[in-house]
Design a protein. Structure first.
Length: 265
């Protein structure tokens, strides 16, 4: 066992302790990536089911004061009513598919029973000073049937967007049905709808693309990577130990007889 006495040196004690600490750390990181993979997979499955479900009337899923749930989010809904462009607002600091900064157009949609549905008609460019209310293409006039994806009210906690106060007239930071109900003095259905049909004439506002899917397989690959790293640490440690033993043996073999056995005087 004298060959392994070098393991008690400070250098090797530190190296061994670092290796021991790395193994559980990498295992935990692998489990974290596994959790992210499962979370993203579940989210993708939920969104896919919602997008492919049969359209339903919007009032079947939401009502004034209702908080849109995870299973209701992205469901395709229909509504019949009349747009009220004179009461619409724009949502600041929103980007399109090309990451250009502009506004989302939020237009009240008055249903047959008088309740209001908030409709995000899409994105328009800022085109100048963002403190000025932009020119917005008019929505269809008269009684109209629309289709869109149901979304939950936006909050600072969920979106990371600060709800700045004192904004220019008819500009908001977040889409929130409770705040819009106070502004409009009307019963507003919980959540809002991202309009998908009918398509706007001339392509403006630019409709919002579907949410797509998150890259869950990437997290799966990271999970395997971290666990392989964890398995590789003891293998690497043992390889270094064997190399150290070999190097010490070779150094001992190269010693001259005089160095190995001092002469007796």
């Amino acid at each position: 066992m004298h060959r392994y006495r070098f393991l008690l040196t400070l250098q090797w004690v530190i190296l061994t302790l670092v290796a021991i600490a790395l193994i559980p750390t990498m295992i935990r990181l692998g489990f974290w990536q596994q959790h992210r993979y499962e979370e993203r997979t579940a989210r993708n499955d939920l969104v896919s089911r919602a997008l492919h479900a049969e359209p339903v009337p919007v009032e079947r899923l939401t009502s004034p004061g209702h908080a849109v749930t995870r299973t209701e989010k992205y469901r395709t809904v229909t509504a019949t009513g009349t747009f009220a462009p004179s009461r619409e607002v724009v949502v600041r600091r929103r980007t399109n598919s090309d990451d250009e900064v502009g506004f989302h157009v939020l237009t009240p949609f008055v249903l047959s029973d008088g309740k209001v549905l908030l409709v995000n008609r899409g994105w328009i460019p800022a085109n100048g000073v963002q403190t000025a209310f932009p020119e917005i293409p008019a929505p269809p006039a008269g009684r109209t049937t629309i289709t869109g994806r149901l979304k939950a009210d936006e909050t600072t906690a969920a979106s990371g967007i600060k709800n700045v106060k004192g904004l220019p007239d008819r500009q908001v930071m977040l889409i929130n049905s409770a705040e819009e109900a106070r502004r409009l003095g009307a019963q507003v259905l919980g959540g809002y709808v991202e309009q998908t049909a009918p398509e706007p004439r001339g392509g403006s506002p630019e409709q919002i693309s579907d949410p797509g899917s998150e890259d869950a397989p990437l997290n799966y690959a990271y999970m395997l990577q971290w666990w392989l790293f964890a398995a590789g640490v003891p293998v690497g440690w043992w390889f270094l130990v064997r190399r150290e033993i070999r190097d010490r043996a070779e150094a001992a073999a190269e010693e001259t007889p005089e160095e190995a056995e001092p002469a007796v005087v």
